[in-house]
Design a protein. Structure first.
Length: 238
């Protein structure tokens, strides 16, 4: 089995859809996929990226567990980022008639790698690597930069990090320069894989402003340096 650090189903086609339903009932044959954060596993709740809340009331498998790449069952914990495949059973609206909570059956639950931004240091320079990586999609939700990545490998664990140079960030030095780094651990470039990772942007906040801009560089398999720009709005939807 392919060993991979991302903790999601590799090669999975990511499809995101709104759960809004104009009918008074939901079909058991309908499924939705979305990203969210686990609020609690004791009183199960998942807050999705659009702010709606999923309350699981039924499961297709043993709840709050996922299988890692070795096949071992691991427990989902509060604060974990997850990709959820679910079927809506019922909903709850607020006083304005807007749906804020969905009662759902969880069809599958995949843990998604979520990391902070590292400062490059002499101690970690080698371990973060300089191997190529392809950014296929990128988007910001709340305090997270989400990337859909493509790379080649075969048998080794791969590591992905978002890094910046050390130093104090100030509002007049925007956009902040970030770099996506990949360590393939000398893996063979035999099979193409797709993976999803989310990076926490909180460390980019600076006093006196309510948003910051950033630029991300990465190097692909042709040796080309690619860039994209983004904006992080503190505590708001992007």
């Amino acid at each position: 089995m392919k060993k991979i650090v991302f903790g999601i189903l590799i090669g999975f086609l990511f499809v995101f859809a709104s759960c809004n339903n104009d009918d008074d009932s939901y079909s058991l044959g309908d499924i939705w996929l979305g990203l969210g954060i686990v609020d609690s596993t004791q009183s199960p709740r998942i807050t999705m990226d659009d702010g709606t809340v999923l309350v699981p009331v039924a499961y297709n498998y043993y709840p709050w567990h996922y299988h890692d790449n070795s096949g071992e069952a691991k427990e989902i914990e509060a604060g974990d980022r997850v990709l959820v495949n679910f079927t809506v059973l019922d909903d709850e609206k607020n006083s304005g008639g807007q749906i804020v909570t969905y009662y759902v059956k969880i069809n599958s639950l995949k843990k998604v790698l979520m990391k902070g931004i590292l400062d490059v240091t002499p101690e970690n320079e080698d371990s973060i690597g300089n191997d190529p990586i392809i950014v296929q999609k990128h988007w910001v939700t709340n305090n997270l930069l989400n990337l859909e990545l493509k790379y080649w490998g075969r048998n080794e664990i791969h590591f992905i990090n978002m890094v910046k140079q050390p130093g104090v960030l100030t509002a007049d030095k925007q956009p902040f320069e970030l770099e996506l780094r990949h360590n393939a651990n000398d893996d063979e470039e035999a099979i193409p894989y797709v993976a999803l990772v989310s990076f926490q942007l909180d460390s980019l906040q600076v006093a006196g402003v309510d948003s910051v801009s950033f630029k991300v560089k990465s190097t692909d398999y042709d040796g080309k340096v690619n860039e994209f720009n983004g904006v992080y709005k503190y505590g708001g939807s992007n």
